[in-house]
Structure formats: C-alpha cells, structure tokens
Design a protein around this ligand. Structure first.
Ligand code: NAI
Ligand code: OAA
Length: 312
C-alpha cells in the first residue's frame, strides 16, 4: 500500500471523510490513497494517479463539505497568501500530519508514505517520530517529496542550456524550502558551458520556484498542477520500485547518513521495500559546497522543530 499526504489545512471541527474507491484491473495489486484529495494538489494528483496503470485501487480522502469545513478552507486560503514561508505553515500542518500519521501507523503500517505537506523539512521528521512511538517506523518507507524542485531545475536548466528538456537530468539535494533546496547543476546532463552568473541565477530561481508561483497566483494558492505532476512522477517511481523494476532512482528527502543531518534529500534508489540505497552526493563545485554548508543550520533547526513538536 502506498500513501500520499497532501495537507495544508486544519479541520479541527467535525472531520468527516469523503471516501471513494476507484478500482481498475491491473496486476500486481497496488493501492494508492491520497489524503487531502479535494485540495488544489489533491484533485489533479487524483486524476493523474487514476490514469496510472500501476495503480489497481485508488482511495481519496478529504473532509466533508460542511459550513464548518468551508470556514476552515477559507482560513487555509489566507494561509497560502504571498508573504508566508513554508515554515509559517508549521503550526497548522504539524498537527494534521501528526494525526494522519497516527492513523497511518494504525491502519496501514506497511504503506510507503510520500509527504507533500509543508514544511516538508519538518513534517517528515514529525512522521518519523510518530511512527517510532507507534513501534512501526521503517526509514525505508518514509519520503519527503522534493520532486517539484527537480522538475523546476530541469525546466529552468533546459531553457538556459538550450537542450531538449526531456533529456535533462539535475539532482537536487538538501531539503524543500528556500536555501535548503540545492540543485547540483555541475552534475546536470546534457552538459552545457553555463557561466557562474547563470548558474547562480538558475539556483536562485529553483530555490524560489514556490514563491514565483505563489506570487503569480496573487493570493489564490501555491503550486498545484506542477506539484500534482511531480507527486504523480514520484509515486510512479515508488510503484515501479515496489514492482521490482531495476535502477529506479529519484531525489527524495529521507532519513540519511550521507551528511551529519538525520534527514537529507539526495538521489535514492527505490526498490521492493522502498528506499534501497541512499546515493552519495557525487562531486560538488565550490559554489555547491558553499551552498551545502549554508543550508545545514536551517535544515537542522527545521528537523529539530519537527522532532520537538512530535514529542510534546
Ligand atoms: N512538497 C512540495 O513540493 C509542495 C508542497 N506543497 C504543500 O502541499 C500541501 C497541499 O497543498 P494544496 O493542495 O495546494 O492545499 P489545499 O488547501 O488546496 O488542499 C489541502 C486539502 O487537505 C484537506 N485536509 C485538511 N485537513 C485534512 C485532514 N485532517 N484529513 C484529510 N484531508 C484534510 C483539505 O480539505 C484540502 O482539500 C500544502 O502543505 C502545500 O504547502 C505545495 C506545493 C509543493
Ligand atoms: O511554496 C509553497 O508553499 C509551495 C511549495 O512548496 C512549492 O511550490 O515548492
């Protein structure tokens, strides 16, 4: 079983669930559940997952359309206005993630959990702590979805390098917020001889990609369609790994020992049990080495904030 979590908002009022099971006939049986499926990301992601032939059963969960929920949803929208950071979402989302992870621990302890809910740098450590308390934590099955950073890095790089975007690969490491997002353009393929200034600008644009969308939507939300695409891409990679397809490698924010930080995004090989191998960072340029050192304090404090919250 595979879980994708898409939650921004609180619904402390009556929390009824909309549940739909949509069956298709593919083998092996793979169930995908989307939590927060009526949301901006949830709806297009549900569509994309329904189109994925690797999915045999799709369950969609969200809160019911009651006046109380409508009021909550109104609050959610204000919380995604420009001027907020992903960390501002912590107070609302941390509690939701905690509750949903308790439910996951109870009802589907063997699921792969793909965490989209922001701030990912903290919500993944929260999930790990909740799962540890429930005695079912498996670090191979918990993923922070950073695929949108990779999708953006590929798109922006292809534009500047003037290469076909479908052929581009760019690893993105670190986390999923501002400077913690570190694209490794020195490892980008096809190679291109881009100047330092262009690489700096590409790095910044990737780091600020979320803000670019939030500002363009002028208070009406954050990235949904591109995120649904990225979420579906990562889910598909997980399903392929579960099904034994070899050499499925994607960047993801996972429990890690490749730096001194306990969670870190890097290339990960996906297999029948989830994470099969966390890959090394490979050679970094001096600019990237600086970026790596610069991101560590923020990422460390976001991780600690999540761990502290989960243990309160
Ligand atoms: N990892 C990434 O790259 C990205 C992450 N995000 C994050 O994804 C999250 C979702 O974003 P949107 O879909 O735009 O938000 P949204 O507000 O449109 O959708 C959230 C959905 O969750 C539902 N929900 C709230 N509490 C729930 C609960 N307890 N159980 C089940 N469902 C619940 C809401 O009713 C709503 O339908 C946000 O935290 C956002 O910051 C957004 C873009 C990129
Ligand atoms: O910026 C936001 O809050 C949404 C997000 O994570 C992204 O688009 O990368």
């Amino acid at each position: 079983m595979f879980r994708s979590m898409l939650v921004r908002s609180s619904s402390s009022a009556k929390q009824s669930l909309i549940r739909r099971n949509l069956s298709s006939g593919s083998v092996p049986e793979r169930k995908v559940a989307i939590l927060g499926a009526a949301g901006g990301i949830g709806q297009p992601l549900a569509l994309l997952m329904k189109l994925n032939p690797l999915v045999s059963s799709l369950s969609l969960y969200d809160i019911a359309n009651t006046p109380g929920v409508a009021a909550d949803v109104g609050h959610i929208n204000t919380r995604s206005e420009p001027g907020m950071t992903r960390d501002d979402l912590f107070n609302i989302n941390a509690g939701i993630v905690k509750n949903l992870c308790s439910a996951i621990a109870k009802y589907c302890p063997h699921a792969l959990v793909n965490m989209i809910s922001n701030p990912v740098n903290s919500t993944v450590p929260i999930a790990a702590e909740i799962f540890k308390k429930a005695g079912m934590y498996d670090e191979k099955k918990l993923f922070g979805v950073t695929t949108l950073d990779v999708v953006r890095a590929k798109t922006f790089y292809a534009g500047k390098a003037n290469v076909p975007v479908a052929e581009v690969n760019v690893p993105v490491i670190g986390g999923h917020a501002g400077v913690t997002i570190l694209p490794l353009f020195s490892q980008a393929t096809p190679q291109a001889n881009l100047s330092g200034d262009v690489l700096t600008a590409l790095t910044k644009r990737t780091q600020d990609g979320g803000t670019e969308v939030v500002e363009a939507k002028a208070g009406k939300g954050s990235a949904t369609l591109s995120m649904a695409y990225a979420g579906a891409l990562f889910a598909d990679a997980c399903l392929k790994g579960l099904n034994g397809v070899p050499d499925v490698v994607e960047c993801s924010y996972v429990q890690s020992t490749i730096t001194e930080l306990p969670f870190f995004a890097s290339k990960v090989r996906l297999g029948k049990n989830g994470v099969e191998e966390v890959l090394d960072l490979g050679p970094l340029s001096d600019f990237e080495k600086e970026g790596l050192e610069a991101l560590k304090p923020e990422l460390k404090s976001s991780i600690e904030k999540g761990v502290k919250f989960a243990n309160q």
